[in-house]
Design a protein around this ligand. Structure first.
Ligand code: ADP
Length: 271
């Protein structure tokens, strides 16, 4: 069996996916990007290969994507995260009847991508200027509220009154606003639900810029947060498709692209 890999060198997390020659996932791995993007990317790839009992040579083609993709010089090719995300969402979205709009929230940016029925990108919009609608906002909120990131979702559903309005449009000001709300005696659950609704409103505005068509797919690390998923569904007025491993869709898309490019080259050589 031969294998193909995609590595998504994200601003916050490095994601690696390995697929076999049929495009089936062999394994995925997620680790923090830290400050040493290149070293941590190499380590992440080696960790996954070790876990799968594979050698580097078993991986015939590797594509890098994401914010830090240019640093990963060992890749055979690199593609934008828009393309990789679209491929990953198109492929995994088939199990849900197909998807046409992709919402991705990452550690430092958020995107909305529209794809056609064959998976081609027809439109996209990106917010990479402001941390307010991104995972960074959640990381800061979790720290202020002394909660684990993984617990924000459950906390959202414990709110006993309406989510609080978070008015600040900037993460730095929002941090002060959260502290101010805590000092007034407001509960953590109402505050975190308010933060989720604030991110949801921004996300839906971004998605509307590209046009929202069914089905709407939601991925990126923050899609692991069920409270945020519920808030976006509420703001959007429709259900979201959230894949089983939302943080690794883009790495998976890069791995699928690696497989397809390799197979295309092979058939050209044979012709
Ligand atoms: P990037 O590609 O920009 O590095 P990711 O898609 O990997 O971003 O998302 C990173 C963000 O995902 C983090 O900032 C964090 O807010 C969120 N996240 C990661 N793991 C979890 C989790 N288990 N539960 C909730 N949110 C998470």
């Amino acid at each position: 069996m031969i294998y193909f890999a995609g590595i998504d060198v994200g601003s916050t997390a490095i994601k690696v996916a390995v697929v076999d020659e049929n495009g089936k996932v062999a394994g995925v791995h997620v680790t923090s990007s830290g400050s040493l993007f290149h070293k941590n990317s190499i380590d992440a790839l080696n960790t996954l290969l070790n876990k799968l009992g594979l050698q580097r040579d078993d991986v015939r083609y590797l594509i890098a994507t994401g914010y830090g993709r240019k640093l990963f010089k060992e890749a055979d090719d690199s593609i934008s995260e828009i393309t990789a995300n679209a491929i990953g969402a198109f492929e995994t979205g088939k199990a849900y009847g197909g998807v046409r709009t992709i919402i991705n929230i990452g550690g430092q940016d958020s995107k909305a991508i529209q794809i056609d029925s064959t998976g081609n990108v027809v439109n996209f919009a990106m917010n990479d200027k402001c941390a307010a609608g991104t995972g960074r906002f959640l990381d800061v909120a979790a720290r202020n509220l002394e909660l684990n990131l993984e617990d924000l979702g459950d906390c959202h559903f414990q709110a006993s009154s309406a989510p609080l309005n978070i008015n600040s449009t900037c993460t730095v000001f929002a941090e002060s606003e959260i502290i101010g709300l805590l000092a007034k005696g407001h509960g953590k659950a109402e505050i975190i639900a308010g933060i989720h609704y604030s991110i949801a409103a921004r996300t839906v505005r971004l998605a509307k810029r590209v046009g929202i068509e069914d089905r709407v797919y939601f991925d990126g690390g923050p899609a692991l947060n069920k409270g945020l998923v519920a808030a976006i569904q509420d703001e959007l007025g429709r259900e979201l498709v959230v894949p089983e491993y939302p943080q690794t869709t883009t790495a998976f898309g890069a791995a699928i692209m690696a497989r397809n490019e390799f197979m295309a080259e092979q058939s050209l050589e044979k012709a």
